[in-house]
Write a protein that binds this ligand. Structure first.
Ligand code: G1P
Length: 276
């Protein structure tokens, strides 16, 4: 029912310079797999088969990653190395990948609006690849958990987690009425508030399910925090008109947009996945 997932991947990744001078931050590997591939795998596990990427200049490597590399495959054909391409080839063979460019950086809301022509008129998922999420073995991925909720509630859903107050300024922060364990109906949300202005300690992380009316709302959303068009502002508008849910997911999230989170994720995957 949620068939499409949008990846806004136009950002520069300045925190990782010089690594990201010529390479997209989404291609940085957690051990031996690019960040963005983990995001696509999580969405695939949630039943999603169509992917749209909002890219920008210098992001060609993402397109190449989700395409066959004839030369490479020819080179390693018949050697044991072939199987190292299994995970990416499985994605390539069973999913479609479409790309469009955001030629001006005007915020996450603007990036999502730029992806409108890749999405159409159905509810869709958004993954910010920087937020790398893991769940217990046997449990659904974060997006899988959200897709199940969407089946029940049919409205936009954002993933949230508790953060210390002094980190509120890094996130969109919600206020909501509890509905059941870990599920809130949003009554307020603020993009990157100062600690004393944060409406709670519940921060949005980079997993969204959005109903398509969000596009018309985004068209009319004025620039907000940082002079950028914020998805948080558009979602608040949607919450006021109808309903937006916030879901405290099961699992753990690493902020791979920061060096510390990136290193923690790398150690985690090395120990729990790669060496296993
Ligand atoms: C974006 C959103 C923010 C959200 C965050 C999650 O911010 O604008 O509301 O909390 O992603 O990672 P960014 O990190 O792109 O500045």
């Amino acid at each position: 029912m949620i068939n499409k997932c949008l990846f806004p991947v136009a950002g520069y990744g300045t925190r990782f310079l010089p690594a990201t001078k010529a390479m997209p931050k989404e291609i940085l590997p957690i051990v031996n797999k690019p960040l963005v591939q983990y995001g696509v795998e999580e969405a695939s596990a949630a039943g999603i088969r169509e992917f749209g990427f909002v890219t920008g200049r210098g992001k060609r490597a993402i397109e190449d990653h989700f395409d066959i590399s004839y030369e490479l495959e020819h080179q390693i054909a018949g050697t044991g190395k072939e199987e190292q391409l299994n995970s990416i080839n499985e994605l390539i063979n069973n999913h479609t990948f479409a790309f469009t460019r955001q030629n001006e950086m005007k915020g996450l809301g603007h990036a999502i609006l730029t992806g409108r022509n890749l999405i159409g008129d159905n509810a869709f998922a958004v993954v910010l690849a920087d937020d790398f999420c893991v769940t217990e073995e046997g449990d659904d991925g974060v997006l899988g958990q959200m897709v199940q909720l969407y089946r029940q509630f049919r409205c936009s859903i954002v993933a949230i987690e508790e953060v210390p107050r002094d980190e509120a300024h890094k996130y969109g922060v919600i206020a909501g009425e509890p509905m059941k364990d870990g599920l809130y109906r949003i009554t307020d949300m603020v993009e990157k508030p100062a600690a004393d202005k944060a409406p709670s300690n519940l921060a949005i992380i980079g997993r969204y399910i959005l109903t398509p009316d969000i596009f018309d709302i985004l068209e009319n959303t004025p620039p907000g925090k940082g002079g950028e068009i914020q998805i948080t502002d558009a979602l608040l508008e949607q919450a006021r008109k109808g309903c937006v849910l916030a879901y405290q997911f099961r699992g753990r999230r690493f902020d791979c947009g920061s060096i510390d989170g990136f290193v923690e994720a790398t150690n985690y995957v090395y120990q729990h996945v790669y060496r296993k």
